[in-house]
Design a protein around this ligand. Structure first.
Ligand code: AP5
Length: 222
């Protein structure tokens, strides 16, 4: 039933490891990964008017207007696969208005994961990040190097992954995070995101196991 499915949100500064952890979470828990940033980049790639407008904001490290983001996330999260398997929402909501909008179209989420990483580490993570356009997998030249030469030769960099732009993205994050956190403090778990990706995942895995146990217990018919 809908009650047994996981509905998870993951939040954190730029390059705090959201995408990396989502790869690990979906591999174990089979949730549908919905990343606001990925949806926006797909929109840009499609060449649509919304994509063009979104890119202007992303170039400046600012939030893309709700008219575009809310609609995209809503459409994706209401697709049959998300409703059947449960979902993992990455990089949304990033403002009070987005959180309020979300309430209108989904059931209450089970957990809000906040990845905490000091700013100086984030800049290094951004600058070294590379993406595999074929598999979508996230790499880092130092921390998660590609497995072989073939992959290494095709890795790409995101247009907003410069030191200058990540500083703007960080500013936007710091301006908005408190309002979102305040909204979800009852279901929030803070995770130390500064350790290795395996150790970060171990913390998340424990939190998710606990949520599943609680859901199973509350669903027991007596
Ligand atoms: P988005 O694409 O969401 O970017 P972001 O929030 O800046 O986050 P990133 O994707 O950069 O990082 P991540 O946390 O996923 O880290 P990753 O796992 O890759 O958004 C982009 C833009 O779109 C925004 O600026 C905004 O303009 C717009 N936008 C998006 N959502 C929006 C919304 N809701 N409303 C309005 N506008 C929106 O890891 C980073 C690097 O570190 C990688 O190289 C990785 O290999 C490495 N790494 C990861 N974990 C570790 C670890 N534990 N140790 C060492 N290295 C690690």
């Amino acid at each position: 039933s809908q009650q047994g499915l996981l509905r998870i949100m993951i939040s954190g500064a730029p390059a705090s490891g959201k995408g990396t952890q989502c790869e690990l979470i979906t591999a174990k828990y089979g949730l549908v990964h919905i990343a606001a940033g990925d949806l926006l980049r797909e929109e840009i790639a499609s060449g649509s008017e919304n994509g063009k407008m979104a890119k202007e904001y992303m170039e400046k490290g600012q939030l893309v207007p709700d008219e575009i983001v809310v609609m995209m996330v809503k459409e994706r999260i209401l697709k049959p696969d998300s409703l059947e398997k449960g979902w993992l929402l990455d990089g949304y909501p990033r403002s009070l208005s987005q959180a309020t909008a979300l309430k209108e179209f989904v059931l209450q989420p089970d957990l809000f994961i906040l990845l905490e990483v000091p700013d100086d580490i984030l800049v290094e993570r951004v600058v070294g990040r590379r993406l595999d356009p074929v598999t979508g997998k996230i790499y880092h030249l130092k921390y998660s190097p590609p497995e072989n030469e073939e992959i290494a030769s095709r890795l790409a960099q995101r247009f907003d992954d410069t030191e200058e732009k990540v500083k703007l993205r960080l500013q936007t994050h710091h301006q908005n995070v408190e309002a979102v956190v305040a909204m979800y403090k009852d279901i929030m778990v803070k995770i130390d995101g500064s350790v290795s990706k395996e150790d970060v995942f171990a913390q998340i895995d424990r939190a998710l196991t606990k949520v599943l146990e609680q859901k199973a217990a509350s669903g027991t018919v007596i």
